[in-house]
Design a protein around this ligand. Structure first.
Ligand code: GLP
Length: 626
């Protein structure tokens, strides 16, 4: 740490490279790998790569495949060792890491099958120890790993080294942390299906690699990344052990870097520019840290926290406090569509035109209601023309049990007149047999996915209607990246943007609400936002766009800090209850931690703590491109 020069690096104990977006980072890393392979080949030596699974390395693997196919990069003398494998899964299981690697990389490049190594999740328990020892020996025999690629789990694990893994741990079988299993629940179509154990390289095994690169994308990794990079080296966060490796780096996108000190508290590393946004961030941070309302902050508190320069600009704390307080207070409005005939100079939204055409884009059904259910209700009540567009069907979240229930109801109804309802009977039987044939983990055929999407649609419609939205103003886009994809492996195509663009062009809204801007780019929310962004950019310059304001609402992956909020819609206890009953319309799947409105209550408590106003709950919004 002491050898490094910049103040940011004084906090960052793993050298960190920031990229705008994941594909740029992936391309930079792929170029490094190409150079490494070519250099070692020139010296007559094979290259040993340590590989990881999960959604994080997918853009990197796509770039390696491109280098192979378009630039002729060969992998014939490359040897690979994967970090880990679920215990108990056959190699053919759709969630096995073996199959993942085949699909994402191995099948598309010229690696020699004998050079590929993954732990085997099917070895009998009494042979696991020997198997792990043999894995260690194989790495050693290959000359050790030249470059190890890593993602990071939300428990801070690398490989599957869950909290408690020691720095010297070796390849072994271990139980998975509940948070890790929760994060894998969507892949396995339900938490109960996620394996309880995995075989993983140990921290010690990983640290023996000559070079390491840990990648992370999206805001939901920001907290754990900050702990790994800036916190103490600890068994509680196995990624923190990279700090003492002589050649480990972190490659991050904007979202994943957002909790690092240099981004979150730039004045502490001498990088503050004291723009109005940064000033607001600093003052609110100080108020929350000191547990004082903004208007009670004193000069000495600013001085003691590296903000003397800011104070000098304002003369004293009083002027600074009042300016930031007013700005925060002005984010609160009961008029998300603007207050007609009112002075709107310091309101978040314009008064005119009134009424507004409003488009709410929901990446998955339920995102809209969770993120802004009360705001939707308010917009409708205030006379705006509110349209909701569900960008995907959300069927991947619907369990087989739900589909079985619907197929059985249909079957029993149709069997009452089996001549008239022949086709319905064969459809229902077809669904039931498809579910049986594919088993709990088989890939669902298109017809089954469609039925599940219809179930989800019904729920989405009920929820939107309960908030006052007209049924004729609810659309379902079924973007192809989702209908043709699966979790962690979605791929955007031009049709995704075209379909989104045609909704924009038809409605020419005055307001658009969307989520997912800083989400993990591989998540449904991240993909949907990317489709929206390219649709928006493709139409750039259209007259209606200049008058359209885009608001970002929170998804279950994203949290807004108080300084980021540009519009806060307060809710009374009754309004919160109405929102929660809309959330409950989603019976086929819901995110349990979000059912009680705690996030909206938390935002309200933060506003209260800052000394603005005390409400039951608040829905929060940021402006995009503002
Ligand atoms: C699993 C893997 C890790 C991976 C993590 C994060 O736990 N064993 O190697 O880093 O998932 O997954 P994702 O990249 O999808 O966020």
């Amino acid at each position: 740490m002491s050898a490094r020069t910049s103040p940011a690096e004084a906090f960052e104990k793993i050298p960190t490279v920031l990229f705008g977006h994941a594909p740029e980072a992936a391309a930079a890393l792929a170029r490094e790998v190409r150079d490494l392979i070519l250099a070692r080949r020139a010296a007559g030596r094979p290259t040993v790569l340590g590989l990881a699974t999960g959604s994080t390395p997918v853009p990197f693997y796509r770039e390696l495949i491109r280098l192979h196919k378009e630039e002729g990069l060969s992998f014939h003398d490359v040897i690979t060792f994967n970090l880990d494998e679920y215990y108990g899964l056959e190699r053919t299981h759709r969630e096995s890491y073996f199959r993942f690697m085949q699909e994402q990389l191995f099948a598309h490049i010229d690696l020699q099958p004998d050079n590929i190594h993954l732990p085997d999740g099917t070895v009998p328990l009494d042979e696991v120890f020997a198997h792990c020892a043999a894995y260690e020996a194989a790495i050693e025999a290959a000359g050790g790993v030249d470059l190890q690629i890593l993602g990071i789990g939300r428990t801070g694990h690398i490989g599957f080294n869950e909290p408690g893994s020691s720095r010297d741990s070796l390849t072994r079988l271990l139980p998975l942390d509940p948070l890790t299993r929760l994060d894998a629940a969507a892949d396995f179509l339900g938490g109960e299906n996620v394996p309880r154990f995995a075989i993983t390289m140990g921290v010690g095994t990983i640290l023996r690699a000559r070079k390491l690169v840990m990648m992370a994308w999206g805001g939901n990794k920001a907290g754990i990344i900050a702990k790994a990079i800036e916190g103490p080296e600890t068994e509680a966060v196995s990624a923190s052990f990279l700090q003492s490796h002589p050649d480990a780096r972190a490659f991050l996108d904007k979202g994943a870097s957002s909790a690092l000190t240099r981004i979150r508290l730039p004045w502490l590393v001498g990088r503050a520019e004291w723009t109005p946004a940064e000033t607001r961030r600093a003052v609110l941070w100080l108020a929350l840290k000191e547990k004082k309302p903004v208007l009670k902050l004193r000069d000495n508190e600013y001085n003691e926290h590296g903000m003397a320069e800011l104070l000098t600009r304002y003369g004293n704390a009083y002027h600074l406090n009042i300016e930031v307080f007013n700005r925060q207070q002005q984010t609160i409005t009961g008029w998300p569509g603007g207050k007609p005939n009112a002075d709107d100079t310091s309101r978040p939204e314009r008064a005119a035109p009134f009424p507004k055409t409003v488009l709410v884009l929901a990446p998955e059904p339920q995102d809209d209601v969770l993120g802004m259910g009360s705001t939707i209700e308010r917009l409708v009540t205030q006379g705006h023309d509110v349209h909701i567009c569900y960008m995907t069907g959300g069927d991947l979240r619907v369990t087989d049990a739900e589909a079985i229930r619907f197929a059985r109801v249909l079957l029993e109804t149709a069997e009452q007149d089996s001549d008239l309802w022949k086709e319905q009977i064969s459809y229902a039987r077809g669904i039931l047999s498809e579910i049986e044939t594919k088993g709990p983990f088989g890939d669902p055929p298109a017809r089954l996915r469609h039925l599940k999407a219809l179930i989800r649609r019904g729920e989405a419609r009920d929820a939107a209607i309960s908030l006052g939205v007209k049924p004729s103003q609810i659309r379902f886009l079924d973007l192809p990246f989702y209908t043709e994809g699966r979790y962690r492996q979605f791929r955007l195509s031009p049709q995704d943007a075209t379909a989104t663009g045609s909704v924009l062009a038809t409605l020419r809204p005055h307001q658009i609400y969307i989520t997912g801007a800083s989400a993990d780019p591989s998540s449904v929310q991240g993909m949907a936002f990317a489709a929206f962004r390219s649709a928006w950019d493709a139409r750039a310059g259209h007259n209606w766009q200049e008058h359209c304001r885009i608001w970002l609402y929170r998804s279950h992956q994203s949290e807004y800090e108080p300084h980021e909020i540009q519009m806060a819609i307060p809710m009374s206890p009754d309004q919160l209850s109405q929102k929660l009953s809309a959330v409950q319309k989603f019976q086929s799947h819901t995110l349990p931690d979000l059912l009680d409105g705690e996030r909206n209550r938390h935002t309200a408590r933060t506003y209260d703590a800052l000394g603005t106003a005390e409400y039951e709950a608040i829905e929060a919004f940021r402006r995009w491109k503002s």
